[in-house]
Design a protein around this ligand. Structure first.
Ligand code: ATP
Length: 319
């Protein structure tokens, strides 16, 4: 490749900017021209594509969100939209693309790869729901935000209320709930991957208070149910009035942790290297510290494993 573009797509996540910076600076270091596409695939279709230089990615490594902005674009799911996107790249001589996003965005990259644009995917999502990588860009920051919020709730809970139910993001993947729940000492973690019985949860809470616990925290992934419905059920069973907190979009904002910045930097550089070597249609990840590239087809057709050991550890330690 001689000239590449970079875009961010789907839900934004902390560390996307660090990834854009890494792609741009690594490409320039290797003598490539580099372009930024605004608003994901919508920008490819609308031809919103601009040259980027070393300074255009200055002062962004610490910022949440994405300077390239992101979008969901229905039109790009049609063959005509994909062809238009590929044509808009080609007319500028752009023959490589790095897509930072989730699995939907990966599928878009794969369509472009099949149209002859060399395309690589980077896992940019707070949910950690992408297989063939141990973690995704934004996940570490999102977990830190949840842990910080639960620390604060603990302070007020041990003084007044005794139980809190915290709803976190994760429609299909309970990793934010699992990691934040373990790290913050939650008594119960409800995730979409593990079936649960709310009557048992209510009983456990009652038992905890009987053995002298001063507070009780339940973390629930949005895909496992709403915090309010869990609270209502518990109250109907044992009369305990739990305080509900829905963290929502604050989980996606704020400055990325050093882990996310380093992950984004390594992956961005790796994607550029891969394109230079002629690799295409692959998703980049880190497994046990090693950079890996896996066929996008395989990645999008594989369900991510849930870490059952970690889940059981959290249960054992929350007695
Ligand atoms: P997140 O999981 O963080 O929301 P995502 O990348 O999975 O991120 P999606 O909304 O699924 O988010 O996908 C982002 C965009 O990728 C879509 O708006 C669409 O433009 C493109 N896209 C998704 N699926 C396909 C597909 N099958 N073919 C072509 N393009 C697709």
């Amino acid at each position: 490749v001689k000239s590449i573009a970079v875009l961010t797509s789907g839900g934004d996540s902390q560390g996307m900017n660090a990834a854009v910076r890494a792609v741009v600076r690594s490409a320039i270091f290797h003598g490539l021209e580099v372009y930024g596409v605004q608003r994901g695939y919508a920008g490819l279709i609308n031809d919103d594509i601009r040259p980027m230089d070393l300074r255009s990615v200055g002062d962004i490594i610490q910022r949440g969100g994405t300077i390239l902005q992101t979008a969901r674009c229905k039109e790009f799911q049609t063959p005509e939209g994909q062809q238009l996107g590929a044509d808009n790249l080609r007319k500028r001589g752009i023959d490589g693309l790095v897509v930072i996003g989730g699995d939907g965005s990966y599928q878009g990259a794969n369509k472009l790869a099949k149209l002859g644009i060399k395309a690589m995917g980077l896992p940019g999502t707070i949910d950690n729901d992408i297989p063939f990588t141990d973690t995704t860009i934004g996940f570490d920051t999102a977990v830190s935000i949840v842990v910080d919020a639960i620390n604060k709730l603990r302070d007020t809970m041990s003084s007044h209320e005794r139980s809190s139910i915290v709803e976190v993001m994760g429609r299909h993947c309970g990793d934010i709930a699992l990691y934040a729940g373990l790290a913050s000492g939650a008594e119960t973690i409800l995730v979409p991957e593990v079936s649960f019985d709310l009557d048992e949860v209510a009983k456990r809470m009652e038992g905890n208070f009987q053995v002298g616990k001063r507070h009780s925290i339940i973390v629930v992934a949005e895909g496992a149910g709403s915090a309010q419905s869990v609270a209502d059920h518990i109250k109907s069973k044992n009369g305990i009035d739990a305080r509900v907190t829905v963290l929502g979009h604050i989980q996606r904002g704020g400055t990325p942790t050093h882990n996310d910045r380093i992950l984004a930097s390594r992956l961005g550089d790796f994607a550029v290297h891969s394109l230079i070597q002629g690799v295409s249609g692959k998703a980049c990840g880190v497994i046990k510290g090693e950079l890996v590239a896996t066929d996008i087809d395989t990645v999008v057709h594989t369900k991510k494993d849930f870490d059952r050991d970690l889940y059981e550890l959290a249960l054992r330690l929350s007695q």
